[in-house]
Design a binder for this molecule. Sequence first.
Ligand SMILES: Nc1ncnc2c1ncn2[C@@H]1O[C@H](COP(=O)(O)OP(=O)(O)OP(=O)(O)O)[C@@H](O)[C@H]1O
Ligand SMILES: [Mg+2]
Length: 293
Amino acid sequence: MNKEAMKMVKAKDLTYEYVRVLETDHGTKEEKVAALKNVNIEINKGDFVAVLGHNGSGKSTFAKHINALVQPTGGTLWVDDMDTKNDELVWEIRQTAGMVFQNPDNQLVATVVEEDIAFGPENMGVEPKEIRKRVDEALATVRMSEYATHTPSKLSGGQKQRIAIAGVLAMKPKCIVLDEPTAMLDPVGRRDVMETIERLNREEGITMILITHYMDEAVRADKVFVIDDGDLVMQGTPKEIFSQVETLQKYGLDVPQVTEVAYLLRKEGVELPADILTIEEMVGAICQLKSTT
Ligand SMILES: Nc1ncnc2c1ncn2[C@@H]1O[C@H](COP(=O)(O)OP(=O)(O)OP(=O)(O)O)[C@@H](O)[C@H]1O
Ligand SMILES: [Mg+2]
């Protein structure tokens, strides 16, 4: 495979400007504001990446570009080599990169779970026999087969999100963009949705792009991107990113709890590694300390 063919998403100087209307003493004035500024990003096929950034930094705007819900006002965004500015490719792009949003209630359209999942492939013109197969497979993949004939509105938030993911899966995407999919869920729902995301990435090879405010979710990604005020300001492995506690704080972000404890202990002179991300790593590092003193 050549280098370009390995990319699922590539942004070259991606810029998105919108017009803000300001009230002034002399009526209204229009002003252009950039939600994304010359962003250059490459996301490899098969990767699980997390996108972080404080409120209003441009994460959702970036996500919407991948699904061709919005088009760049400057620069270019390719999804699997398809330029999202090409209107003829919009449906193929949306089929390639599915999208899951924060509020599960806004994504489920039918009154029966299996009909909801069939909705996407039906719109794509998939034949009924194949739709049946895809619906059953998608439900099994998100471990919701027994709810096939249930009413979505009666499910828990986590179950609804897994149905939303199943609906995307039924369109056989190569990539799924999830915009804060666990933000409205309880801990059990969060865990189940995260487990589903990671399993789909590992076992089905689907590229996962997870936008999240939860650092413990980002820790599990292959790569982390940080956006601040429309700029891509950091990228690297979770260890590379979270070991930079002060830089992250500058961008209004936290680090995982154990990483912060390690950081504070280091400041007190305790010789711990800067890139501790999990409790297991912390325990290991502390045991090492004991054995050397
Ligand atoms: N079409 C638009 N019209 C007006 N404002 C917009 C538009 N698109 C984006 N914005 C603004 O651009 C900025 C980035 O918004 P975006 O929703 O992408 O941020 P975000 O990182 O997803 O934030 P959050 O964490 O709150 O979800 C915000 O200030 C938002 O108000
Ligand atoms: Mg957002």
